[in-house]
Design a protein around this ligand. Structure first.
Ligand SMILES: [Zn+2]
Length: 417
């Protein structure tokens, strides 16, 4: 009874960009624990809390968003994602810094603010160049790690109020970065109003976020989870930018998180940026984003994938094959829970990150071991749970594959490699 009330309290009543109440739900992944919350052995005895995970699209502005918003204090209790542990992300940040340096004449007096600064990895690159840097991030343990690296940061959510505090203490920012942060923000209006206040008149705001047309095209349904509240295409985002007098000066596709957009946003408009934006908007229209059939088709593909994967794994088990998982990730936990895969199918998961080892996956309780175990045990199949690092992992595990081990990859389509 209590739960019923709680879930209705979490339900999204209106679109977070245009306030429309016409929200069309198109995919439910079921009740799920927070997928970043890996469990210690002592937690296994406790009843796990599960929350609805489903998505809807606003019929007016076409923003894809979760139907329920779980309070941040529940979601970020055990936050374990640190980007610096992946080579792919380090290279990505390095490229981003290079790109910014080419585009903008920065002096050592200019302030660079990273919103959602995590453990300070991105700002470390700027600091090396002698720039003034400031991070802002709500996670206590990650802020502390950043501080230990010498990255000054504010341990808060970025809001308009925090922006004005930063302005008073440090001045306005010539560069603001937010890599994969906007999907986490519930009050987008407050966020963009804060960005607009904080940015100098000649400053650039660089925003990166997974791009809905790519997410749909590649069937990346497992990037949908409780902490990602919004899934952006350009059309709804443009409404928000216009409202806060922000203009897209340039946009490009980047390969991280399964296909993202990087926007260079400023207060002044550029003809080139307007043309590019129009071309992207046109393309979204051409691919039927905004039409309900597009969302229904995506939902159908996801459900079909689940049936195909479960059938394949059952067949392999029937033939006596040993199957493990590779990469204990939040998206992996979405897949495991959605397909109801526990230790009856996946014996264990290997992961290179030491603090995940010895823990268990939320909901499905699959134990996590170190990567070395893969080649020691030589299971027949490893279900790749971090497909976004597929190239990096397949290169790293050449020996496993040479000895006959095979990876099962689900995204963009089910295959064995
Ligand atoms: Zn809307």
């Amino acid at each position: 009874m209590k739960w019923k009330n709680d879930f209705s309290r979490f339900k999204l009543r209106s679109c977070r960009i245009c306030r429309s109440k016409k929200l069309y739900s198109f995919l439910s992944l079921g009740m799920m624990p927070i997928p970043n919350g890996f469990l210690a052995i002592k937690d296994l005895r406790n009843k796990e809390e599960k929350y609805p995970l489903s998505v809807c699209v606003c019929e007016d502005c076409h923003l894809v968003q979760l139907t329920h918003v779980i309070p941040a204090k529940i979601m970020f209790k055990n936050y374990l994602y640190i980007p610096s542990t992946s080579l792919t992300m380090l290279k990505h940040f390095n490229d981003l810094v290079e790109d910014i340096r080419k585009k903008s004449k920065l002096s050592s007096e200019d302030l660079i603010v990273d919103i959602g600064s995590n453990d300070g990895t991105l700002l470390t690159f700027f600091k090396k160049e002698g720039m003034k840097v400031l991070g802002i991030d709500p996670s206590e343990n990650l802020s502390l790690i950043a501080k230990l690296k010498g990255i000054e940061n504010v341990n808060k959510f970025f809001t308009r109020k925090q922006a004005s505090k930063i302005i008073k203490k440090y001045g306005r920012a010539k560069i603001i970065t937010a890599t994969n942060v906007m999907p986490h923000v519930h009050n987008l209006h407050n966020f963009f109003s804060g960005v607009s206040d904080l940015l100098t008149d000649d400053g650039i705001f660089i925003a990166e976020f997974p791009y809905v047309p790519d997410l749909f095209r590649k069937n990346e349904f497992d990037t949908i989870y409780h902490e990602h509240l919004s899934y952006f295409s350009l059309q709804p985002l443009k409404i928000l930018l216009d409202r806060y007098h922000l203009r897209i000066n340039e946009l490009k596709k980047i390969p991280v998180h399964g296909g993202s957009l990087r926007l260079y946003i400023a207060k002044k408009s550029l003809l080139q940026g307007e043309k590019q934006t129009d071309a992207f908007l046109e393309n979204e229209k051409k691919n039927n984003f905004g039409q309900l059939k597009t969302y229904k088709n995506f939902s159908r593909r996801v459900r079909k994938m689940r049936i195909a994967l479960v059938t394949l794994l059952k067949e392999l088990k029937r033939n006596g094959k040993k199957i493990v998982g590779y990469g204990a990730s939040a998206k992996g936990n979405v897949l495991l829970n959605y397909c109801n895969l526990d230790t009856r199918t996946i014996e264990y998961i290997v992961d290179s990150i030491s603090y995940k080892q010895g823990k268990f996956t939320p909901g499905t309780h699959v134990p996590i071991f170190s990567e070395e175990r893969l080649q020691k045990d030589m299971p027949d199949y490893a279900l790749l749970l971090s497909w976004n690092f597929a190239d990096e992992i397949l290169r790293k595990q050449v020996a496993y594959r040479e000895k006959g081990g095979r990876f099962i990859i689900t995204i963009p389509y089910l295959r064995i490699e």
